[in-house]
Design a binder for this molecule. Sequence first.
Ligand SMILES: [Zn+2]
Length: 349
Amino acid sequence: MELPELLQLFSQCREESISGRYISPDFITDFVSQLSSDFTIDTLGHSVENRPIHSVVFGAGKVKIFIWSQMHGNESTTTKSMLDFFHFLKQKKDSDFYKKVIKNCTFFMIPMLNPDGSKNWTRVNANEVDLNRDAQDLSQPESKILRGVFDAFKPDYCFNLHGQRTIYGFEETGKPSILSFLAPSADVERSFTFSRKRSASIIAHIFKNLKEDLDGNIGLYNDAFNNNCVGDAFQEAGVPTVLFEAGHYPDDYAREKTRAYVFAAMLYAIEACSETLEYDISAYKDIPEHSACYCDVHVKDEDRKRGIYYVERVEDGEIVFEPTALEPALSSGKFAHALLDNASAFKLP
Ligand SMILES: [Zn+2]
């Protein structure tokens, strides 16, 4: 499917009950409980603070795809895209894409793996553990649930859905990184194992289709091997895994534009999984690696290197963006998303 057609499909399937950045765990519980009987809903277990972690299963095709989002609580954009995807599954059974692609697949989805972090808008869980560094220790209930599904469902492919900060961009062009991806390494040599080749080919397929709109705005994450990270651990276990990172589209702090492109990226990824993949490692390797070269604001009449970035916190169920001096260790702050007289805190409209 061509990108304009897919984005039109997105606008028809966009889940209208959610927008902006903050999604509460209660919203997810209500949402999944109202899904139609096309979906099989289950509670996989509970978080540290005893919030339920839900699974949504759809389809009976032979290609098994495991998708989870918000293992980092303050990364909600890809969860929104997943809810849009549920809507698509419900609504578009007559579409060619459904008949050609979706019917071949079974989806096991977890729309919010870290409900405690999501409630409090933190990356970590309630024990202050980064679940994406707990793939070996499995010290947390949320990590055990994720691994339990991986072992029981035996997926053919995994999509690990995240969101990235506004600090990423491309040093050479000054463009922001709106979406990024990674075919995680399966070993310290970063070799292109069978499963990593498949991951890379999926990303190449996404890139080929999205670059028409996001030319120069799609990047790769660093591929240093660390099997404490879930993607690396699953790749090491031989299951092709793709890391998705939803980034910042200019002036869109609500990340509604990025939401549409993540939806499109998911559908292209599923298309790649459901068909016989042509390995396209060279196209993957041509995607540039992004770096932390951005901040949110350059304040006028100041040394442009001293940028401001927004720290996000939750206040009355909304995200407030609090201006803070840029930590040089975090980003060079070479580029900024805005040039302002002063940077004051704001709430999304
Ligand atoms: Zn993340």
